[in-house]
Ligand binder design. Structure first.
Ligand code: KG4
Ligand code: ZN
Length: 352
């Protein structure tokens, strides 16, 4: 329906805006800008909501202006605005939502509300060719991952969302038609990476640091508990694992960081893979898509791809796994509903 969408994402500590275009060949990125306060947040070992919101306020206008400018379009050429309205930190969400509402009213654009969690899945619809349009310093830091496929998921499809705040398994029956199958009963997978990393004295966010150390570690040297492996459902639990890391670090002051990182990564990934791979059988589905920051973990996608019965999709680039606005604009193309700008409210507790 729309040819071009401006996406806006401010649910946590990234201020992001992107302009995407959709034609018969798919969804492509014209510009994708991310300003992150994560380095500032790292000095506190995690996100301070008040501070994240203040940084959002400073960045939102320049980030949107840059995204439009880099797209080669003007605001007049943009057909609609898609914005994350939840879940997330209320102070941060409000900055994006109120800005999007104002732009939609002034420029008379349709406003598309996007659930951040669903937005993550729609990173899988972004064409890999988008990479040539990237211009973010963060992307260079994140390191380019090899592209895996030109194609996009089809339905029905199992979705695994693994981020800093969520670990959820969902059955997608069509665009925006999904059913919750299971999820974490306590901490999210990303949270377990982050909290364990903090216990090991590593910077925030911890996932990429654990992953890097794990490459040179021997997972078999340190045994960690494997919660809910045989629980017979599609739920996860990671808080016990974090406690086990805490106990291990206290009891073994001279521990080998690389071995502990390897064991932790192994345990988290094993739990994610076991449950995710059992879902297609149970629901007669042959495709899986992964999304969210932890989907940037190379070992996770590699292990899921060892199965020959299921086709596994992951975002074509790390920058589309962690928080970004391209995924929000992408979701916008597949959302039928728009909202009256005066009615849209940020919802920090929005769920799937
Ligand atoms: O999706 P995201 O950017 O933010 C949320 O919506 O939560 O996910 C951030 C999470 C953090 O917990 C971070 O440690 C984790 O993704 N992460 C990783 C990797 N890259 C980011 N975890 C494991 N391995 C990685 N390579
Ligand atoms: Zn996210």
């Amino acid at each position: 329906m729309y040819k071009t969408i401006l996406g806006i994402e401010t649910s946590c500590d990234e201020t992001a805006a992107a302009v995407l275009e959709k034609d018969e060949s798919g969804v492509k990125v014209l510009s994708n800008i991310i300003a992150s306060s994560s380095e500032l947040q790292a000095t506190f070992g995690g996100v301070i909501p008040e501070q994240a919101a203040r940084e959002q306020l400073k960045s939102i206008i320049p980030v949107i202006e840059t995204a439009i400018e880099k797209s080669g379009l003007t605001i007049k050429d943009i057909d609609a605005i898609a914005v994350t309205y939840g879940p997330g930190l209320i102070g941060s969400l409000l900055i994006g939502v109120e800005t999007a509402k104002t732009l939609a009213l002034i420029y008379k654009k349709p406003l598309i509300p996007v659930n951040h969690l669903i937005g993550h899945f729609y990173a899988n619809w972004i064409k890999p060719s988008a990479i040539s349009h990237q211009s973010s310093a963060k992307e260079e830091k994140a390191g380019s991952r090899k592209l895996t496929t030109e194609s996009i998921p089809s339905f029905p499809c199992i979705g695994l969302l693994v981020s800093g705040g969520h670990t959820d398994l969902v059955l997608f029956e069509g665009h925006m038609k999904y059913k919750y199958l299971g999820g974490t009963r306590d901490d999210a997978a990303g949270e377990c990476f982050d909290k364990s990393a903090r216990l090991m004295g590593l910077p925030y966010p911890g996932g990429p640091h654990i992953s890097k150390l794990a490459k040179n570690g021997d997972a078999s040297k340190i045994k960690l508990p494997k919660p809910m492996r045989e629980s017979g459902d599609l739920d996860f639990s990671f808080s016990g694992l974090k406690t086990a890391v805490s106990n291990y670090v206290k009891q073994n002051p001279d521990y080998n960081k690389e071995d502990l990182a390897a064991s932790l990564e192994d345990t988290i990934i094993e739990s994610l893979v076991i449950k995710t791979m059992s879902a297609p059988k149970e629901y007669g589905v042959s495709e899986i898509m992964i999304a969210g920051g932890v989907a940037a973990n190379e070992r996770l996608s590699a292990q899921l791809r060892t199965s020959t019965h299921v086709k596994v999709f992951s975002p074509s680039h790390n920058i589309f796994c962690t928080d970004n606005a391209a995924m929000i604009a992408s979701a916008g193309f597949f959302t039928k509903e728009t909202v009256d700008p005066l009615q849209l409210q940020a919802n920090p507790n929005l769920s799937l």
